[in-house]
Design a protein around this ligand. Structure first.
Ligand code: PMP
Length: 416
């Protein structure tokens, strides 16, 4: 699938220049050409959403609401599920956290991205130890849910695909375990949705969250989709126009507000119609390309990278579930004797390859993966680390739709 940015050339420290190899899709994926074309075709006709009688305002409102239907369909939501447009996965999960019923318990694995790990601090949170197999994950959750019974409302938050190891989590089984104990489950699909079809009905999750910029639609929007009841019982995430149906002064001088009971309740303010339209465009493009073909193509790229890394004895690929675990195109590793930040900088400066180094906003997970078998990864990974301080950081390569063979082959050659 054509993506933007394939024509960027970058200078090399060794002289000359090379086309840039964007291998950091897990942070932000390039825009699909199709998304760009759709956005460019609409942009001249941009207007206010839900706020105007004029033609362009009507057009924007239609695009916005049709985009909601497209996302609903893309996620195979239940008929009465609501699709709320947000800024990102982080925003979506914080919205849900703000909508938890009083006394809600939350269960979350320590291996989560910080966006899934941290928003629940106002609830009664149980942090679960890193599992070493998918079955272990299900057992760990079941045990934790059973140990803490009885409880009222409860929520499990789990990632679909790890942003560190790329490994797929047993979402359907975790959802079944959650429901068997009366808990609900939210799926962080930030890394899953760009690579695999996500069916809310089939996985039987209560909510799903993802970001446009990882789904080839980098225009500042995200999605929280799922059950309406908790969302509609909660105070609006943001108070303001668009979320309120009617507002009136009371005789006692105060203000009475009747809030919407649709997704609009949590979408106060003028929405990011371009970002939302871009997400819908990406959903359509991915569906039309077909996930079977996308998964098969990505499988080939994953195999190339893993086989290349396996040839270098100093490389250790990070994995929670082992070599055979199904995964998406996100692979993290360390190289003996190398500081990961220096290694990533060298890939950029000498080969024009963009990867990421660090702890990937999943500090407990990366510590678990590296900590049990510390590598000599050199001095100071973090910019503010003290001289001589050992760092536990890693290098992450990630790719997806539109990644040419040449990019991953160049990466493998460079690592070698
Ligand atoms: N969850 C996962 C698994 C992620 O990989 C990320 C982004 N790295 C997020 C949540 C947060 O996404 P965003 O930064 O778009 O809010």
């Amino acid at each position: 699938m054509p993506v933007l940015g394939r024509d960027v050339t970058v200078p090399l420290v060794t002289g000359g220049e090379v086309t840039y190899a964007a291998l950091d899709y897990a942070a932000s994926a390039p825009a699909l050409q199709r998304v760009w074309d759709d956005v460019a075709a609409y942009a001249p006709y941009y207007g206010s959403v839900h706020r105007g009688a004029g033609y362009l305002s009507q057009l924007s409102t239609d695009l916005f609401e049709n985009s909601r239907r497209t996302v609903h369909e893309f996620l195979d939501c239940r008929d009465d599920d609501q699709v709320v447009f947000t800024r990102s996965t982080t925003d979506s999960l914080n919205l849900l956290a703000a909508a938890l019923p009083a006394g809600c318990r939350v269960f979350v694995f320590e291996t989560e991205h910080h966006a899934s790990l941290l928003p629940w601090s106002d609830a009664d949170v149980t942090y679960l130890d890193a599992p070493r197999t998918p079955a272990d994950a299900v057992r760990t959750l079941e045990r934790a849910l059973a140990d803490r019974e009885p409880y009222g409302p409860a929520l499990v938050c789990v990632t679909g695909a790890s942003n560190v190891t790329g490994e797929l989590w047993p979402v359907r089984e975790l959802a079944a375990a959650a429901h068997a104990h009366g808990a609900r489950i939210v799926l962080d699909a930030a890394q899953l949705a760009p690579h695999h079809p996500v069916s809310v009905r089939d996985l039987d999750v209560d909510w799903v969250a993802f970001s446009g910029h990882k789904l080839y639609a980098p225009f500042g929007s995200g999605v929280l989709a799922g059950r309406a009841d908790w969302l509609q019982a909660a105070e609006p995430y943001l108070a303001g126009g668009g979320a309120s149906r009617t507002v009136a002064r009371r005789a006692d001088g105060g203000v009475d507000v009747e809030w919407h009971t649709t997704a609009a309740r949590h979408e106060a303010g003028s929405p990011n119609v371009i970002g939302v339209y871009a997400i819908a465009s990406a959903c359509k493009a991915l569906t039309e390309a077909g996930f079977d073909a996308l998964v098969a193509r990505e499988r080939h790229l994953i195999d190339t990278v893993r086989a290349g890394l396996a040839e270098v004895p100093e490389v250790r690929v990070l994995s929670l579930f082992g070599d055979d675990a199904p995964r998406v195109g996100v692979i993290s590793f360390v190289v003996d004797g190398w500081n990961s930040s220096h290694f990533a900088a060298a890939l950029s400066a000498e080969y024009g390859i963009g990867v990421r180094d660090g702890l990937f906003c999943a500090h407990p997970l990366v510590r678990t993966l590296l900590g049990s078998d510390p590598q000599d990864v050199g001095e100071c990974g973090a910019p503010d680390a003290a001289p001589g301080e050992r760092s536990l950081n890693a290098i992450r390569v990630s790719f997806g739709a539109g990644t040419p063979d040449e990019h991953v082959e160049r990466f493998v050659t460079a690592v070698r």
